[in-house]
Design a protein around this ligand. Structure first.
Ligand code: SAM
Length: 330
């Protein structure tokens, strides 16, 4: 029986954060300087992650995405990938989200280990702006990551850009051109209130519709499918048949909670049923306390029943979660 929540949504998608550490300091996520990090002993071991993923897959999870923090800061990620690959074919999709900084070093090993897909974050095509947004002068490393992803057969490659008014919204069309020239699936994500600096404001959100219209005016777009299922992105192709794809993820202005199929496991073993949850569920202590597999299954089933019907970003009483994306696992 697949995992189903109280609103009849089937849960197929698990995001697993491998670490809350990150080598970037994107202003919309982590603060500059040193954030408080989870103590090492609170972080799930690979043994524990593999065991829990085995249980999740037995409960109908089909997609696992490894994320963070920056997942590649954790040692031996290919070894974990190889273990998780054993859950195929019930596990249909094993993916990684990375800032790309260390990806070229591991690309071949990750491919061999069975990683299916990679998403690379890239918020500016301009070196100075990239530095300004991420705090790191590493645009060339991200380009190298994209090349490595191509070389080792991770196509189609997805690139995520978080669009923030006044910071990189003037680059949307350049990104579309980049997608065309490099056969990339370019995803634009609205800025969400998950930043540690609490700099988020509605004025800084660039609505997905505006992103679409800016690109469409220069490179006409055609919607690929009239329904997006449980996918977060509306996907468009270029009307002139050019390669590449545009995805628009608009959680703020076009909520898609009704079709949400995701839950998250934080690096310290907490289940989060929504990015904007204000409660977490301590799976780590249950496992470490010696719970049986049946007890863990029951716990997960009960937690999923508590999945929020929707997020409350647009409600007057919205409270921003205390943990940022880097802790939750983006
Ligand atoms: N370090 C990896 C990376 O850079 O892709 C994985 C973790 S990162 C938190 C995952 C994604 O979350 C990135 O694409 C980032 O742009 C996005 N993200 C983080 N904070 C966000 C926010 N406040 N609003 C929208 N997207 C955000």
């Amino acid at each position: 029986m697949p995992l189903r929540d109280a609103h009849n949504r089937i849960i197929r998608d698990l995001r697993v954060s491998l670490t809350d550490r990150c080598n970037f300091r994107c202003f919309y996520c982590l603060p500059h300087g040193e954030p408080p990090l989870a103590r090492k002993e609170t972080i799930l071991t690979y043994e524990e992650i593999a065991y829990l993923c085995d249980i999740f897959v037995s409960l109908g999870i089909e997609k696992v995405r490894l994320t963070g923090g920056e997942p590649l800061l954790r040692k031996d990620v290919p070894k974990l990938v190889a273990r998780l690959s054993k859950l195929k074919p019930n596990l249909k999709d094993l993916a990684l989200t990375t800032n790309g900084f260390d990806f070229p070093r591991y690309a071949a090993e990750l491919k061999d280990a069975g990683l299916d897909r990679v998403t690379i974050s890239l918020d500016s095509l301009d070196r100075e702006k990239f530095l300004d947004i991420t705090g790191v002068d590493a645009l060339d490393r991200v380009y190298a990551a994209i090349d490595a992803a191509k070389k080792f057969g991770f196509e189609p490659i997805k690139i995520n850009a978080c669009v923030v008014r006044g910071r990189n919204d003037d680059e949307v069309v350049n990104f579309a051109r980049f997608a065309r020239e490099n056969s990339i699936s370019m995803r634009f994500i609205e800025f969400m209130p998950l930043d540690s600096g609490h700099e988020w404001s509605r004025e800084r959100v660039v609505p997905g519709r505006e992103i679409h219209d800016a690109i469409n005016a220069i490179y006409p777009l055609r919607l690929k499918e009239s329904s997006r299922g449980s996918e977060t992105a509306w996907k468009y192709e270029f009307a002139d048949g050019s390669p590449g794809e545009i995805g628009i993820i608009a959680p703020v202005t076009e909520m898609f909670c009704g079709a949400c199929s995701r839950i998250r496991l934080t690096a310290d073993g907490q289940i989060r049923t929504c990015l904007f949850s204000t409660a977490e569920h301590n799976l780590r202590d249950l496992v470490r306390g010696g719970a049986s597999r049946e007890e863990i299954v029951e716990f997960i089933g009960n937690v999923v029943m508590k999945k929020e019907p929707r997020h409350y970003i647009n409600d007057a009483e919205f409270v921003q979660p205390s943990r940022t994306m880097s802790f939750i696992g983006g």
